[in-house]
Design a protein around this ligand. Structure first.
Ligand SMILES: *Cc1c(COP(=O)(O)O)cnc(C)c1O
Length: 404
């Protein structure tokens, strides 16, 4: 693999537009899209050396591809980790982590409020391979430590969580993990390295759904795991070459482009989300706003410390109403009355998205589980995009001002 000639010590904003593999002989200014499944070798001896890994050089895209490598280098640089490995989706990043750092007989402690497919992958799918997971409170650090067993290998946190913005204290969990000789992994999909760099707080692995905020324009699926060379390059790299969970070069190129505007997007979307949260909190038909950027959020102090002083683009609010039937009808009315926001599950997109978690992302949970997670029938999630805020407010008022 080629290396770029950038000086040391550059800031994340600079790395976000500059870090990549070296230019080709054509001197392209924008990172090239190497949409090729294999690479032509000059002669048999070179091919033999490269296939034996004795010489660096591209052979086959499942093994390595320069566009994918550019995305990996840029993300690792922004995250402040030695390495990153790109995967086809966020879920395949989590699968890659599970299949490399865990083995049959191992135990994991994870948050009960994680992304739904993560709960399913760890809770049921991996159980068939003899990997057991205990799910504990998102916010109660002591519960995490209490759940550790002699065969525990990994603590896996996702912070902040969807849709209420509850946090895990990353530094505290890292302290616990390392005191017990365990690894801490953090799913950073909601914050991105612009707001939160878990590795700086002690996490050993940082997991991403690149589908969300990293790409930011809702176009492709992607994922990544960031960490040390010892874990990512030495253990996950060889596994990837056999397992083929790879990110396609085209999707890598799209996300690579997304990283260039990540800082601007996340800061603008966080500022808009904060203003919208403050405005919603004043509306008579809004019972409660859940947003870590608001002083009313139970973990506001931790959020500001851990997330670079910003709350991120996602907020949630409960519409006013009595009883679950009326709450659900009111939430549906507000969502269905919008004409600018998209009723769709993606988040971190430049287009504002609006959802009803109780009937979509959290629809598979029982009413009791949902109540434990704080997801009522009146809850609405908004991932704030880049539209003018006045248009978003007017869009929400269409429903809020016409509730029976
Ligand atoms: C979406 C998401 C995932 C899964 O990512 P995909 O790219 O959809 O596979 C994992 N974790 C979090 C926090 C997510 O929001």
């Amino acid at each position: 693999m080629t290396s770029s000639s950038l000086p040391e010590g550059l800031h994340p904003e600079t790395l976000a537009v500059r870090e990549a593999t070296a230019r080709s002989q054509w001197g392209e200014h924008s990172e090239a899209l190497y949409l090729t499944s294999s690479f032509v070798q000059s002669d048999c001896e070179t091919a033999a050396q490269r296939f034996a890994n004795a010489e660096l050089g591209y052979t086959y895209t499942r093994t390595a591809n320069p566009t994918v490598a550019s995305f990996e280098r840029r993300l690792a640089a922004m995250e402040g980790t030695e390495c990153a490995v790109a995967t086809s989706t966020g879920m395949s990043a989590i699968l890659l982590m599970a299949l490399t750092v865990l083995k049959s007989g191992d135990h994991v402690v994870a948050s009960q409020s994680m992304f739904g497919s993560t709960l399913k992958l760890l809770g049921s799918e991996m159980a068939r391979f003899g990997i057991e997971t205990s799910f504990v409170s998102q916010t109660d650090t002591q519960a995490w430590e209490a759940a550790i067993r002699p065969n525990t290998r990994l603590l896996f946190a996702e912070t902040p969580t969807n849709p209420l913005g509850d946090l895990c204290d990353i530094a505290a969990l890292a302290g616990i993990a390392h005191a017990h000789g365990l690894l801490l992994a953090v799913d950073n999909s909601f914050c991105s390295p612009v707001l939160q760099r878990p590795a700086e707080l002690g996490a050993d692995l940082v997991v991403y759904s690149g589908t969300k905020i990293l790409e930011g324009q809702g176009r492709v699926m992607a994922g990544a795991v960031c960490g040390s060379a010892a874990l990512v390059d030495k253990i996950m790299g060889p596994f990837m070459r056999s397992a083929g969970l790879n990110l396609s070069p085209f999707n890598a190129w799209v996300v690579l482009k997304g990283l260039e505007t990540l800082g601007l997007r996340v800061r603008a979307q966080s500022a808009a989300a904060l203003e919208l949260a403050q405005w919603l909190a004043q509306h008579p038909q809004v019972a409660h706003v859940h947003y870590s950027g608001l002083a009313s959020h139970p973990q506001h102090q931790l959020a500001m410390r851990q997330q670079g002083g910003l709350g991120g683009p996602v907020l949630a609010f409960d519409v006013a109403g009595q009883g679950s039937e009326q709450l659900r009808a009111n939430a549906f009315h507000v969502i269905d009355s919008t004409r600018v926001c998209s009723i769709t599950a993606n988040l971190g997109d430049v287009k504002t998205t609006i959802t009803h978690p109780a009937s979509t992302s959290h629809g598979r949970l029982s009413e009791e589980q949902r109540r434990a997670a704080g997801i009522g029938q009146g809850l609405i999630r908004v991932s704030v995009g880049l539209e003018h805020l006045d248009d978003l407010k007017a869009d929400l008022l269409r429903g809020l001002d016409t509730l029976a």
